[in-house]
Design a binder for this molecule. Structure first.
Ligand code: NAD
Ligand code: MG
Length: 386
């Protein structure tokens, strides 16, 4: 029996993880389940999976959670400190599946207890960069990538050495607006942006896929997880999302990982690692699919990958600024306050007006994140829609 905590249990990745856990219920002891503010859903999951503790980030919802779980013997708590305390309870595996930099402090707490962390929360690694990788090394933790591309690369690297890698290629579906021209992009609505052609995901990452910022964040994520040098990391558009990424070696061999576009595949690879487990996912039917297509990225229409690459090259606090600005701009777009193509524009504007010193600690990263948010908020409020 192994123990697991799921940070962000009520989200899309959280649900996929719990779906797999439910299929081998007897093999897992659930320690903590956390959510932002949805007390009802968290209580429902807690009754099913019987964690030691259920935690909400939103302290105002604690009375409701307490009522819902009264008499179950499941501990309840809420607020930022409670989230961090729950994440720091020793477990064999933590699934870090909170969205955004809000997941950084709990993810760091999980790393500091020295266990294995399945990382879906890419924004945490993008923002903290070396602060997180240094903590992983210091505490002897293991980071397993949940993000499908990074999980693919991780699998393609197994048994090989990074020093033998010529190139790592991240595949991108291109999102729902892959074929749209600039005029059409300017009219894109939140409803259209969250309808991803291949994946069923949370709203924020769906918008990131539509702007291609998701691939930009993933480039930075890959830069930290697989340090082969930025010049060896590339992006290719592959609309079918069947090849999840590739590693090319110096001898000319390219290894790829293929699979259905179902997050339960990479999540299962982390749950069972270094072994394998069964999943209920539809197997690939390549004959039915017929062909796999690839095309270059278009940074004219989708400037986000260029901004992310520049941020990765600059290093220091710049990726944290990029991420925070993007989170605020995406939220403003989802609320209908700014147009779709303004998301990348506000990110670029924030990067040009705010250049803090490189963070040396978690507190520094959180301060940069906070200040960047205020800058971008100021920009979106002073020049709405535009
Ligand atoms: P989601 O919006 O569906 O779920 C987010 C989870 O985080 C929820 O449980 C929510 O309650 C919690 N949360 C949100 N804000 C919070 C806050 N301020 N404090 C504490 N908890 C908070 O998101 P998702 O699609 O499951 O994505 C989660 C993470 O995984 C993201 O970083 C995303 O980029 C990454 N990811 C997701 C997918 C996918 O298929 N959904 C694929 C790859 C990577
Ligand atoms: Mg991904």
């Amino acid at each position: 029996m192994r123990s697991i905590s799921i940070l962000g249990a009520t989200g899309s990745v959280g649900a996929s993880t719990l779906d797999l856990i439910a299929r081998e219920r007897e093999q897992w002891r659930v320690i903590a389940l956390t959510a932002n503010g949805n007390a009802e859903e968290l209580a429902r999951l807690a009754k099913q999976f019987r964690p030691e503790i259920a935690v909400l980030a939103d302290a105002n919802k604690l009375p409701q959670l307490r009522d819902l779980l009264a008499g179950t013997g499941i501990e309840t708590a809420a607020g930022r400190e409670a989230l961090i305390e729950a994440a720091s309870r020793p477990v064999d595996l933590t699934l870090a599946a909170i969205v955004g930099c809000a997941g950084l402090a709990p993810t760091m707490a999980a790393i500091e207890q020295g266990g294995t962390v399945g990382l879906a929360n890419k924004e945490a690694l993008v923002s903290a960069g070396e602060v997180m990788t240094a903590a992983v090394a210091k505490h002897g933790a293991t980071l397993l990538p949940v993000d499908s591309e990074h999980n693919a690369i991780f699998q393609c690297l197994a048994g090989n050495q990074l020093s033998q890698v010529r190139k790592i290629t991240l595949t991108a579906s291109g999102g729902p607006f892959r074929t749209w021209n600039a005029e059409q992009l300017a009219t894109a609505t939140p409803q259209q942006a969250v309808k991803h052609p291949n994946w069923d995901m949370g709203a924020k990452i769906s918008v990131d896929s539509a702007t291609m910022m998701n691939k930009g964040l993933e480039l930075i994520e890959a830069h930290h997880l697989f340090p082969v040098g930025l010049d060896r990391l590339s992006i290719i558009v592959h609309p079918q999302s069947v090849v999840h990424s590739m590693v090319e070696y110096r001898d000319g061999s390219t290894l790829a990982q293929l699979g259905p576009s179902d997050m339960r595949v990479p999540i299962a690879s982390c749950l069972a690692w270094p072994r394998r487990m069964d999943t209920p996912c539809e197997p690939l039917d390549l004959a039915a699919l017929g062909s796999l297509n690839f095309e270059p990225t278009d940074e004219q229409r989708f400037p986000a990958t260029r901004l992310a690459r520049q941020a990765a090259e600059a290093g220091g606090a710049v990726p944290a600024v990029l991420n925070a600005a993007n989170e605020v701009a995406v939220a403003a777009f989802l609320e209908g306050r700014i147009g779709f193509t303004r998301i990348a524009a506000y990110v670029e504007e924030t990067l040009s007006c705010y250049a803090p010193a490189a963070p040396g600690s978690l507190a520094d990263v959180l301060a940069v994140d906070q200040e960047s948010r205020e800058k971008t908020r100021g920009l979106t409020e002073s020049a709405p829609i535009a």
